[in-house]
Design a protein around this ligand. Structure first.
Ligand SMILES: Nc1ncnc2c1ncn2[C@@H]1O[C@H](COP(=O)(O)OP(=O)(O)OP(=O)(O)O)[C@@H](O)[C@H]1O
Length: 200
């Protein structure tokens, strides 16, 4: 796993969202990026997963980096079930591990065989499915944008336990949020402000 960001710049509609931003992430690091609404957290993640192009600067990832991401509101095929969505998403990389996914659904109190369409899922349920798809293929760089949004207390505990397990498995995890998630033991906390990352 390697992630290095050099002088990344992105303007959206005349707003300088990212301004020569630099970041070097260590393998197995648990990193927290804190930023106010609109500070550019989602934009940064979109650039890292390459669904948006920077104006300048570069993002270096190596061939061993397999990224899993929950960015903004997780989007799914709304008229399909959770299982159909997971199968589809995993098929892109041919890593469909039903036993693992089923266990993750159970931990979050979701029924993997529920025939309900994703359209009928609550915000918290969607968020859980979004977290699961970001980790279900053993991804080694996990980007989570406001992952705790909509989660109830029980789901929050499950989420924290899961993060600790992933840290134990030496996964590199970046969590972006507007508030501080103080009960996760982050290796580093950075603030995104005025387009740049700085120590909190
Ligand atoms: N598609 C778009 N059209 C217009 N403006 C956009 C678009 N995407 C992002 N922006 C603007 O870019 C800035 C950064 O947005 P971004 O979503 O990256 O912030 P964020 O830190 O993730 O915010 P939040 O915490 O509210 O999710 C905001 O000012 C936003 O209004």
């Amino acid at each position: 796993m390697r992630l290095e960001i050099d002088d990344l710049t992105k303007k959206i509609k005349d707003q300088q969202v990212l301004d020569r931003l630099n970041l070097k992430v260590d393998a197995a690091e648990l990193l927290h990026i804190v930023g106010a609404n609109g500070s550019g957290k989602s934009t940064l993640f979109k650039l890292v997963v390459n669904i948006m192009a920077p104006d300048s600067g570069r993002i270096i990832v190596d061939a061993e980096t397999h990224i899993g991401g929950l960015i903004e509101n997780p989007s799914f095929m709304e008229d399909e079930t959770a299982k159909q969505n997971m199968k589809f998403l995993a098929t892109i990389n041919r890593h469909y591990d039903e036993t693992k996914i089923r266990a993750l659904f159970e931990r979050f109190g979701l029924d993997y065989d529920n025939k309900k369409r994703i359209r009928g899922y609550s915000l918290g349920m969607r968020q859980k499915v979004g977290i699961i798809q970001a980790i279900m293929e053993n991804q080694n760089l996990i980007l989570l944008d406001e992952p705790t949004r909509g989660l109830d207390q029980k789901a929050l505990e499950t989420f924290k336990t899961l993060i600790h397990e992933l840290v134990g498995e030496k996964k590199t995890i970046i969590i972006a949020s507007h508030d501080n998630l103080s009960d996760l033991s982050f290796d580093r906390i950075l603030r995104l402000d005025k387009g740049k990352l700085a120590p909190l």
